[in-house]
Design a protein around this ligand. Sequence first.
Ligand SMILES: [Zn+2]
Length: 270
Amino acid sequence: MPMDWSRFEHAYGSAADLPQLLEQVGDPELADEAWEELASALYHQGSVYTASFAALPALADIAADRIPGDRRLALLLAGRIVSAEQQVHEPGYVQTHYPDAVAELHGLTLQGLRAEPFEGDEEDYLYALEDLLAFEGVPVWRCCLLRNSYEVQCPACSQHLKIDLYAQPPCTRRLDPNERVRFIGDQGPPLTGIHPTVPADLPPLGARLYAMAVEAGQSTVAEHLTHLHGRATCPDCTPEFSVPQQIEAAVRSRTPTLRATTNPACHGEQ
Ligand SMILES: [Zn+2]
């Protein structure tokens, strides 16, 4: 029985137009525009919808070459959708509802990460690692591996801080919670450094990702992972704290599906 797509919604309303879009991405003449429309309907500025998850089997079909379309784009779109799953579902939702598609997408992502050479730059590699964790149902870290700024709180004095892992060298910056919307990009001067962890001290998940990056020759990614798992010093009250613990606490506190209230002052960013 054909799927009734009108039961689902995407960013622009009813998903009844999805069969047509999924067909157009396989047509060389229409593919570029159709991919853009499809991605923007299913993963709209980081938001996901009922149709986004329902489209996973079709995206797996394209990624596995069973139906025509760009394999890499299908894999990337599926990865972004599942990375965003925790916005609306508890971890494990896609594995329960779309087990075959998710297992296949996981296998293809792993294959891509092990390919020599990897198809993409360092940021693409980190995105693929996030997607891998998403397909495995790992919470939090599926959206926190990139070389971004992460908003955290000092566990001792509750000062709002940015952990800037994009800066060279990575550093803390002060974050005024009242100004976070007004000046994106106005981030204040570097305050204290981030001390990377030594690889031997990485926790099991970090150690696994680090080993994959080293094996793939992704030295910048490997080094970044040691900062992501490093320690920072609070510029206000001076004690050291664990960067990954504070990132995890911040993500859990603002993600209702992760049901944690360890950091009640960080909220409202969804
Ligand atoms: Zn402090």
